[in-house]
Ligand binder design. Structure first.
Ligand code: LFR
Length: 494
């Protein structure tokens, strides 16, 4: 008999509800709603602020869940995953205080934080790549008014889960992206809490909810405007999956051998290894690598690479200027363009805020003595070549710093529909690439739910078997490159 589970998967560019129909150890996926997601820019006397439209997302999620129940039948469970680091604050009545800020809002001041706690110490304690948007830096610049009345901090998926069930929790994979968690004990880090908490009216420990590991059943779904039940007529359960989207994606790496690296390709590209414990060495900090917690006690040792965000912002710029471009045509034109003509450091901070990416790429080309791309195809080729180069560097860095060999690269997520990018990744890394599944995050979310409610069992390798049975995988073999990627690397990083 088939069972239906629902994955709510919110990315920084789009959100979806995907129903998974589980039959004989494999999932069929049906998307029941998809909606665009973007931060909204609002003016304040202190400068523009970027906010998420969280109630709009909530409305779309309810619509997707109701459609799943209406079209497919009773829903066993729901799991929510979202991008990391962003949060809502609740007041004493359990009400949301204002619109959650977007991590792309340039409001944080990490250097000020380092006056209270040196960067070396922070890394040793929490093991995170220093990114201006880490929750710890966002909390450090929260307004005093909000902090005076805040009674709870809930990360995005935990906030939505609280609205579904009434139970506040902090699921550890996402909590590990805050900069407040000790990646060894998987508990809140007291020394960092002391530093951040001094500005709160109440001890910050009281604002942080109970930590739960992924796979915990949070409770029955009781939200108004939803009337859900499972096949036995009991209430549908919310499961805390790997609520960080990247954690769910990595569950779905269809690996058959241990020496794999992964690249989760979405708005960001997350390039790394799955390890049994964090790497907290100075070498890891100097390479700006991160230790995020994964499902079943694992650690994701990885690098954030700027990702398809840069390409998507290029597309938005061209479309705003009236050029209606189909992605497939653009990728085909990029494939025919001259390889490695212009390459940029795709992780340059210039590419982080939303805006005119083609202009910034041209500026960067001129600044580094390279020819600026002359058209959309050359700009797109520059982005894809630059991404592949950054993947190559990141795969080598994580392998070197962790002291591991890598024999295969697994790419997954929406970005792998770009076959040019997959082939360039094989060429640049010199490693075989296995691409798939496209719906990695949703599948990773679904298998963890299914195990939590007793529909699957086993460890990560058994869950990955279900992912393999549910996916279409494509192999890419590295082509001959004549040292062109070495030369490209020297052009970018010297
Ligand atoms: C990917 C992701 C990354 C995180 C970034 C910001 O969607 O979750 O893992 O670093 O978004 O939250």
């Amino acid at each position: 008999m088939s069972r239906i589970l629902a994955a709510v998967d919110l990315g920084a560019s789009s959100g979806r509800v995907i129903a998974g129909v589980l039959t004989d150890g494999r999932f069929d996926l049906r998307e029941t709603v998809r909606f665009p997601n973007r931060p909204y820019r609002l003016p304040t006397p202190q400068g523009d602020r970027l906010h998420w439209g969280v109630l709009g997302m909530w409305g779309s999620i309810l619509e997707g869940l109701r459609t799943a129940a209406r079209d497919l039948g009773p829903i066993e469970s729901i799991g929510i995953d979202t991008w990391a680091v962003d949060y809502g604050l609740l007041d004493a009545n359990g009400e949301l205080i204002g619109n959650p800020a977007s991590y792309r809002c340039a409001r944080t001041r990490p250097e000020q934080f380092f006056e209270a706690m040196p960067v070396e110490e922070l890394f040793e304690l929490v093991g995170l790549q220093i990114q201006p948007f880490n929750t710890v830096f966002q909390l450090a610049v929260e307004s005093q008014e909000r902090l005076q009345i805040a009674q709870r901090i809930l990360l995005m998926p935990d906030l939505l889960g609280y609205w579904l069930t009434g139970r506040p929790v902090a699921e550890v994979t996402n909590a590990s992206t805050t900069g407040l968690l000790d990646p060894v004990t998987r508990r809140w880090q007291p020394t960092v809490l002391d530093v951040v908490g001094c500005q709160f009216a109440r001890p910050i420990e009281h604002l942080l909810p109970e930590l739960v590991e992924p796979g915990t059943v949070v409770g029955p779904v009781i939200a108004p405007d939803l009337d859900l039940h499972n096949a036995a007529g009991e209430p549908t359960q919310l499961v805390a999956v790997g609520t960080h989207d990247t954690a769910s994606a990595i569950v779905a790496v269809p690996a058959e051998r241990d020496d794999f690296a992964y690249i989760s390709c979405g708005t960001w590209s997350l390039v790394g290894l799955e390890l049994p414990e964090p790497v907290l060495t100075p070498a890891a900090r100097e390479a700006n690598l991160t230790n995020e917690l994964g499902v079943d006690g694992t650690v994701r040792f990885l690098k954030n690479v700027m990702g398809l965000w840069v390409f998507n912002e290029c597309l938005a710029t061209w479309r705003n200027a009236g050029h209606e471009l189909a992605v497939a045509d653009l990728v085909a034109a990029a494939a025919a363009a001259e390889p490695l003509r212009t390459i940029v450091d795709i992780n340059d901070a210039a590419f982080f805020p939303p805006g005119d990416m083609p202009g910034r790429i041209a500026e960067c080309a001129t600044r580094t003595g390279q020819p600026a791309p002359r058209n959309e195809a050359e700009t797109a080729r520059c982005v894809f070549d630059s991404l592949a180069l950054a993947y190559r560097q990141a795969v080598r860095q994580v392998a070197d710093v962790a002291g591991r060999d890598v024999g295969v690269v697994h790419m997954l997520g929406g970005g792998i529909q770009n076959r040019l990018l997959c082939q360039l990744t094989a060429d640049a890394t010199g490693l075989p690439v296995v691409a798939g599944p496209v719906e990695g995050t949703a599948l990773g979310n679904l298998v963890v739910q299914a195990r939590a409610v007793g529909l699957l069992d086993g460890g990560l390798s058994e869950l990955r078997q279900v992912v393999r049975a549910s996916s279409h995988l494509v192999n890419y073999t590295p082509g001959p490159t004549d040292g062109c990627w070495d030369a490209a690397e020297r052009r970018v990083w010297g």
